[in-house]
Ligand binder design. Structure first.
Ligand SMILES: C[S@@+](CC[C@H](N)C(=O)[O-])C[C@H]1O[C@@H](n2cnc3c(N)ncnc32)[C@H](O)[C@@H]1O
Length: 238
């Protein structure tokens, strides 16, 4: 079996892959991931307030949030983010406070900035998933939630074999096919102040899951978003 340690994802592979995906992404992945996106949005809206979408991509989800939620989006791919910016203009999404080119693993936001951190179809595309989850927990306010929709690899059987076999090709396309749920559960277990609160199977074929984590702490304070001063100096999408 291929040793996956030798074919880990890196930032260059990802940015190249998503520069290629950007023009056709909505066509290929728009409808197929729609139910997962809607489930994540519903979960995020139950918390409400200020929401950070990491790996916001072309911004497919942005028009579907209630206008009461204040949204910030980041993505490592400028071509994907440019599409998101066009969508914000097209739908006049005045509740989108900013879109930034930014690495999920090194977010330029202060600690305890957001009520919810959402990442849809992102965790299996980042080089260091656990370090990225640490970063989500850091920018999340006490009492807030991390809401993921993510591919979960099979534990055993033919699907698991196929996922491992397909892994090298998937890396070039910009994601991992194999990624066990154990990694999420273990991350929560060893991360102080974070609890796994939900795992729900999602289409297509139940190969994806909605995964929610809560950050312990006092009830969230004022539901205000970031102050203008707290906005990162990182380059915004234009
Ligand atoms: C499969 S797409 C999902 C896009 C969007 N969330 C959706 O629901 O369609 C993965 C996105 O994650 C972004 N991404 C990958 N690695 C990243 C990183 N380290 N930091 C920020 N964004 C990243 C990619 O550029 C891409 O836009």
């Amino acid at each position: 079996m291929t040793n996956l340690a030798h074919i880990e994802l890196d930032e260059q592979t990802i940015t190249k892959a998503y520069a290629r995906w950007a023009p056709v992404y909505d066509l290929v992945f728009g409808a197929v991931f729609e139910r997962g996106r809607h489930a994540a949005i519903a979960a995020a809206e139950r918390v409400g307030g200020s929401i950070l979408e990491v790996g916001v991509g072309t911004g497919l989800s942005l028009p579907h949030y209630s206008r009461d939620c204040r949204l910030c989006g980041v993505d490592i791919s400028e071509p994907m983010l440019r599409k998101a910016q066009e969508r914000v203009a097209e739908y006049a999404l005045s509740n989108v406070e900013g879109l930034w080119v930014m690495d999920a693993e090194h977010l330029s936001f202060p600690d305890n900035s957001f009520d919810v951190v959402v990442a849809q179809y992102v965790i299996t595309t980042v080089p260091n998933p656990e370090a990225t989850l640490d970063e989500f927990a850091r920018v999340l306010k006490p009492g807030g939630e991390i809401v993921l929709v993510s591919r979960v690899g099979a534990e055993a059987g033919l699907r698991r074999t196929l996922e491992h076999w397909f892994a090298p090709a998937a890396r070039k396309l910009g994601w991992r096919t194999e990624f066990s749920f154990e990694r999420y559960a273990q991350w929560a277990e060893r991360t102080s102040g974070v609890r796994l609160i939900e795992r729900r199977a999602m289409p297509p074929l139940g190969h994806f899951s909605l995964i929610r984590f809560a950050k312990d702490g006092a009830a969230r304070r004022a539901r205000s978003g970031l102050t203008q001063e707290a906005y990162p100096a990182a380059r915004a999408a234009s």
